[in-house]
Design a protein around this ligand. Structure first.
Ligand code: HEM
Length: 413
């Protein structure tokens, strides 16, 4: 079996090809297999992926036993990060956040996203003939999605850059090809960052409790379920989770969509003539090249899955990307087809009780970011693969650096 860590040193095309081959080979051998990494089982099939994500009693999200006892800040922030907890704690936390992060709040971000996207595009330097090159993810998609999260929480403008740094550090806690748990030293290193970020955020939370404003921190501070509300450390954890969960995959999605359109000129022409097709394009990118390629769980008891017996305490790596290539559910899976009938059945946002809370926001960000790009530039060409950089984790698929050459559209002025 390929050691997935070895793939991370390859170029964009080679890495994608080798990774897809790894998943297709795995799925052909069976829906579930014991991994080459000890204590880990890998899930390749669509039905089995749904089974894992739909059964939180057997497949737990709680991996907090890894946090050293003396890392108190990490432990209490982890309580707010409900991605990594099970019911009943998860149910209460998710409901509290859902009450604050409403469809109305998400809709209110639309003009902010449009304005920020155009502001960022205005900063791109073009020569007199309207042509230029820039890094589409580092200079556009990433600052856009980071600022949206920062604005959502009412973080002062001057500190927005901190969010990107924070998210990158939190995401970098695992080594490149790691399928199992992060090691303790990596978690300890995070402790320092979390202490700094927590004290910064706690001050803002205190301010918002004293003087509520029109932002998510104030709404989180006021939300109640059965007479109980979030404490300050839980709010810090919620913010941390949004930073981790919300910023990177959303920016990678924009980059992957540009790459997908670049390699499918027929689809690009279709979308240029009808931008209302963009949501379909984004949906197919989520299926074809999802930003997050796996979900993880730990077995709470011994169980059987896809014909394999899995002991209690095993890590289960659910390959979302493999599930979305399962021929029993997605015909001609390697084809990028924006008109495929069962498009919405992808699992790029997960499934079950942990289904992505930010999915509507991610879809809206991608639609707006791409509409602004297509309106601004009549030509967008991805530059040779040497300049394209992946996120180091094997769990993230797509560019974090994407050099493009552009030509300004005549009507964009
Ligand atoms: C393209 C962008 C995104 C992708 C691909 C994505 C993907 C996912 C996936 C796969 C999960 C499930 C994790 C699991 O089952 O363990 C998840 C959960 C979550 N996502 Fe997203 N996400 C994206 C954007 C966002 C955004 C923009 C936000 C918030 C602003 C967000 C907030 C969350 C939260 C809070 C959870 C945890 C839900 C829970 O545990 O109940 N995500 N996301």
């Amino acid at each position: 079996m390929t050691d997935l860590a070895a793939l991370t040193s390859l170029s964009y095309d080679q890495r994608t090809k080798a990774f897809l081959e790894y998943l297709d080979r795995g799925r052909a051998a069976g829906p579930v297999a014991k991994s080459y990494q000890p204590g880990v089982w890998e899930v390749f099939g669509y039905d089995e992926a749904l089974q894992v994500l739909g059964d939180h009693r057997t497949f737990s999200s709680d991996m907090n036993d890894l946090i050293p006892e003396d890392e108190r800040e990490l432990a209490s922030a982890a309580q707010g990060n409900f991605l990594g907890v099970d019911p009943p704690h998860h149910t209460r936390m998710r409901e509290l956040v859902r009450r604050a992060f409403t469809p109305k709040v998400i809709a209110s971000l639309e003009p902010i996203i449009i304005e920020t996207a155009n502001e960022l595009l205005d900063r791109i330097e073009l020569s007199a003939d309207g042509t230029g090159t820039f890094d589409l993810v580092a200079e556009y998609a990433a600052p856009l999605t980071a600022r949206v999260i920062a604005k959502l929480f009412g973080i002062p403008e001057k500190d927005h850059g901190m969010f990107t740094v924070w998210a990158d550090a939190l995401l970098g806690a695992r080594s490149a090809g790691e399928l199992g748990r992060a090691d303790e030293s990596a978690v300890r290193e995070l402790g320092e960052l979390v202490r700094f970020a927590s004290s910064y955020l706690l001050e803002i939370i205190h301010q918002r409790r004293a003087e509520p404003q029109d932002d998510l921190i104030s709404a989180l501070a006021q939300a109640e379920v059965d007479g109980r509300s979030l404490d300050d450390h839980e709010i810090v954890g919620v913010i941390g989770m949004f930073v981790i969960a919300g910023h990177l995959p959303s920016s990678v999605l924009v980059g992957s969509t540009v790459m997908s359109l670049d390699s499918h000129p027929d689809v690009l022409a279709e979308v240029r003539s009808d931008v209302d097709l963009l949501p379909k394009v984004v949906e197919e990118v989520l299926r074809w090249r999802p930003p997050l390629v796996r979900d993880q769980r730990v077995t709470a008891c011994e169980t059987e899955l896809g014909g394999e017996r899995i002991p209690a305490g095993a890590m289960v790596c659910v390959w979302l990307l493999s599930a979305q290539r399962d021929a029993a559910h997605f015909g001609r899976a390697e084809e990028f087809d924006i008109h495929r009938p069962n498009q919405g059945r992808h699992v790029a946002f997960g499934k079950g009780i942990h289904y992505c809370l930010g999915a509507p926001l991610a879809r809206m960000e991608a639609r707006i970011a791409l509409t602004a790009l297509l309106q601004r530039f009549e030509q967008i060409e991805v530059l040779p693969e040497s300049g394209i950089q992946f996120h180091p984790s094997i769990g993230v698929l797509g560019p974090v650096r994407l050099p493009v050459a552009v030509r300004r559209a005549a009507q964009a002025g």
